[in-house]
Design a protein around this ligand. Structure first.
Ligand SMILES: Cc1ncc(C[n+]2csc(CCOP(=O)(O)OP(=O)(O)O)c2C)c(N)n1
Ligand SMILES: [Mg+2]
Length: 578
C-alpha cells in the first residue's frame, strides 16, 4: 500500500511501542502531528524546542523507551542542539527529527537562504548517528539504524533530517518487521563471566550493590530488589539514582551522602555495580570511600556499554548486557544460594536509622524566612507513596539529597550534566508517560525554575498533576556560596542575586495553575497536601534563608569531591577539587 513518508516513520516508531511526540508543528511536521493524534498518540507542543526534548527525555525515563522530539528547520532545530548534548551526556535514548528545506537547498551556493543552514554538519558531532532521508526508499533503513543506535551500547541521541521535498512523498513499503528482526532486543552476559560473578558473590563477606540510573531507565526495580534480597546486602544509591525500591528501604543508603553508605562502601570486599558509569560522583570506584580496602575489593560490573568495561577501574567480572536480561541470568546462576547479611550490615542499618533521626532533630525550626533544610523536611513528609519526584536547582537539590523525607521509587533529574532548567520539562514528560495517574512533585531552586517556566502553560493545558515547590532565595544560591567561599564575605556577588519581588504564585495563576505563597513552616505541608489532592498543576513559593542556602548546603565537601581528578589510590582530601 502506498503511504507517505511521514506516516511510514510513525508506523516504524509504533512498532517499538512509542506513542508520544514532542515538538512545535510547522509545515514540515503538521501532517505527522495530525496522523499521530488520529492514531491516539500524545502530541505535546512545548514553548521552547529544548524543553520539548527534555520532556521526551523525562518520558523515556519513565517508559524505558526512546523519546522522540522534533524541531522545525533552522531555528527550531538549532534550539534542540543543547538537548542533544545533554542526551549524549545523560545516556538518554532520544530521537531528534529536524525539518529542512528541499534537498536541493543543501547543494546551493547562494547566500541569504531563509531559515536554512547546513544542519547535518552542525549536529553530527553532538549525536551517535546523524542522517538525512533523501529518498523515500531510505526511510526504513535510516529509522531502523536510528532505533538501533539509540538502544544499543550506551544509549544516546540520534538526529534524523526530513527535507520538505521528501516528507510528503509516497512509496510502496514492504511489511513492517518486528524489532528483533532489525536490532538487538536481548543481551545476556557471557556465561563464563556469570560463573565468575557467582563465585565472587559466594566468597564475599561484605558485598554491596552500587545501583545507578540504568536501573531506573530500564525499569528494573524489581529485578534489582530480588538480587539485593538474595545477597542480603546494602543497596548503595548513586546520586543519579537517589531512589528507593519499595520494600528495600532498610538496606538502601546513599553512597557518599550518608555515614552508612560511606561505611558500607569502604568496608565492602565486593562491589556489584549496576547501571552506573562508575563516574566521578562515585569516585570512579577507586577514590575517597573506596580507597580503604581497594587492593582486596572485587568488582562485578554490569553495563550495556562494552567499551566502559575496565576504563575507570579494573573489573574482576565484567557483565556486558542489558540488565533486563542479565539480572535474571545471574539470579538463575545463583540458584538457591541465599546469603545472610553480615553483622557489619546490621550495624550500618542501625547507623542509618540513628543518623536519620539525629538529622531530623537537628533541622532548624521557627526561622523566618524558613531554613532550606526545614523546607525540604516539611514539603517532602506529605508526598504520597506513588508520587514521582523531580529535582532541579543548586543548593536546593543538595539539601534535598540529605533531608528529603520522601523515598521516591521514581526520580527524574539531570545528574550527569547538571543541566539546570530540566526540572519542569522532565516532570511534564514523566506525567505524560504515566497518563497523569501519578502525582509528580518537583522541588526546585528558583533560578532553575525560571529557565522553563513557560511550560507551566503546557502542564495546565495537558491537565497534569505536577506540584512545584520553589525554594526562593532570589539568587543563584550555589554560586553565591562560591562567591563567599572563594572571594570572601564582602565579595561583590556580581549578578548572583535577582528580584526579590518576583511572585511565582501569581505567575502560576497567570498560566492557569494553582499558586500559593507560603512563609511559615507550619503552612508548607498543608499547602503541598492541598496541591497534590487537587490533582492540578500547582506552584508553591516558599522564601528561604538565603545565607543558609548559599553557605550551609549539607555534605558540600562530598559534592565538591566530584570535581576531582582521581588517580588510582587517590586519598580522601579532595585537595585538587575546584
Ligand atoms: C544550564 C546551567 N547553567 C548554569 C549552571 C551552574 N549552576 C549550578 S547551580 C547554579 C545555581 C542555581 O540556582 P537556583 O536554581 O536558584 O538554586 P539554589 O542554588 O539557589 O538553591 C548554577 C548557576 C548549571 N549547572 N546549568
Ligand atoms: Mg536560588
Amino acid at each position: 500500500m502506498s503511504v507517505p513518508v511521514y506516516e511510514r516513520i510513525i508506523d516504524l516508531l509504533e512498532k517499538e511501542g512509542i506513542n508520544t511526540l514532542f515538538g512545535i508543528p510547522d509545515p514540515g511536521f503538521i501532517h505527522m502531528a495530525m496522523i499521530t493524534e488520529q492514531r491516539g498518540w500524545n502530541v505535546i507542543a512545548p514553548h521552547h524546542e529544548q524543553n520539548g526534548a527534555f520532556m521526551a527525555d523525562g518520558w523515556s525515563r519513565m517508559t524505558g523507551k526512546p523519546g522522540v522530539c522534533f524541531g522545525t528547520q533552522g531555528p527550531g532545530i538549532s534550539n534542540l542542539a543543547t538537548a542533544m548534548i545533554v542526551a549524549k551526556k545523560e545516556g538518554s535514548p532520544t530521537i531528534f527529527f529536524g525539518g529542512n528545506r528541499s534537498r536541493t537547498a543543501n547543494q546551493r551556493a547562494r547566500v541569504g537562504r531563509i531559515q536554512y543552514m547546513n544542519q547535518l554538519d552542525h549536529f553530527k558531532p553532538l549525536v551517535k548517528y546523524a542522517a538525512i532521508i533523501e529518498e523515500p526508499d531510505q526511510v526504513d533503513e535510516i529509522i531502523r539504524e536510528a532505533l538501533r543506535q539509540v538502544t544499543t551500547g550506551k544509549p544516546g541521541p540520534v538526529y534524523i533530517e526530513l527535507p520538505l521535498s521528501v516528507i510528503h512523498e509516497t512509496y510502496n513499503w514492504p511489511p513492517l518487521m518486528e524489532p528483533e528482526q532489525y536490532r538487538l532486543v536481548e543481551q545476556a552476559a557471557s556465561g563464563t563471566m556469570i560463573n565468575k560473578a557467582v563465585e565472587l558473590i559466594k566468597a564475599a563477606k561484605n558485598p554491596v550493590m552500587l545501583v545507578g540510573q540504568g536501573m531506573f531507565t530500564s525499569r528494573s526495580h524489581q529485578a534489582v530488589a530480588a538480587l539485593a534480597e538474595k545477597l542480603d546486602c546494602p543497596i548503595l544509591q548513586t546520586s543519579g539514582c537517589a531512589m528507593t525500591i519499595k520494600g528495600q528501604e532498610e538496606r538502601t543508603f546513599a553512597y557518599g551522602f550518608s555515614p552508612a553508605g560511606r561505611a558500607a562502601a569502604s568496608e565492602s570486599d565486593l562491589c556489584l555495580a549496576i547501571g552506573t558509569e562508575l563516574g566521578e560522583p562515585v569516585h570512579m570506584g577507586i577514590g575517597r570511600h573506596w580507597e580503604k580496602g581497594d587492593a582486596n575489593r572485587k568488582w562485578i560490573y554490569l553495563d550495556r556499554d562494552t567499551a566502559a568495561m575496565g576504563v575507570n577501574r579494573p573489573i574482576d567480572a565484567p557483565l556486558v548486557g542489558d540488565m533486563r536480561d542479565v539480572l535474571p541470568q545471574l539470579m538463575a546462576a545463583l540458584g538457591d544460594f541465599q546469603r545472610t547479611g553480615s553483622e557489619e550490615f546490621q550495624g550500618w542499618k542501625t547507623l542509618q536509622k540513628e543518623w536519620k533521626e539525629e538529622l531530623l532533630a537537628s533541622v532548624p525550626s521557627g526561622q523566618s524566612p524558613v531554613h532550606p533544610a526545614r523546607l525540604i523536611v516539611e514539603a517532602t513528609k506529605v508526598i504520597p507513596e506513588n508520587a514521582i519526584y523531580a529535582a532541579d536547582g543548586g543548593s536546593t537539590t543538595i539539601y534535598g539529597w540529605t533531608y528529603s523525607q520522601y523515598k521516591p521509587e521514581d526520580l527524574v533529574w539531570n545528574q550527569n550534566t547538571g543541566h539546570l532548567g530540566t526540572g519542569l520539562p522532565y516532570a511534564i514528560g514523566a506525567a505524560i508517560a504515566t497518563k497523569g495517574e501519578r502525582p509528580v512533585v518537583l522541588v526546585t531552586g528558583d533560578s532553575s525554575f525560571l529557565f522553563a517556566i513557560s511550560e507551566l502553560e503546557t502542564a495546565v493545558r495537558k491537565k497534569l498533576p505536577i506540584v512545584t515547590i520553589v525554594a526562593c532565595d532570589y539568587a543563584w544560591g550555589l554560586e553565591v556560596g562560591c562567591w563567599k567561599k572563594q572571594v570572601g564575605a564582602d565579595s561583590p556577588e556580581t549578578e548572583a542575586h535577582w528580584g526579590k519581588w518576583v511572585r511565582f504564585d501569581k505567575i502560576a495563576e497567570g498560566f492557569g495553575a494553582h499558586g500559593e505563597y507560603v512563609e511559615h513552616e507550619a503552612d508548607i505541608a498543608p499547602a503541598v497536601e492541598r496541591a497534590i489532592a487537587s490533582g492540578k498543576t500547582a506552584v508553591i513559593q516558599v522564601p528561604v534563608d538565603a545565607y543558609a542556602n548559599a553557605m550551609d548546603a549539607p555534605n558540600y565537601e562530598e559534592f565538591k569531591s566530584w570535581y576531582t581528578d582521581f588517580k588510582a589510590g587517590y586519598g580522601a582530601e579532595a585537595e585538587d577539587a575546584y
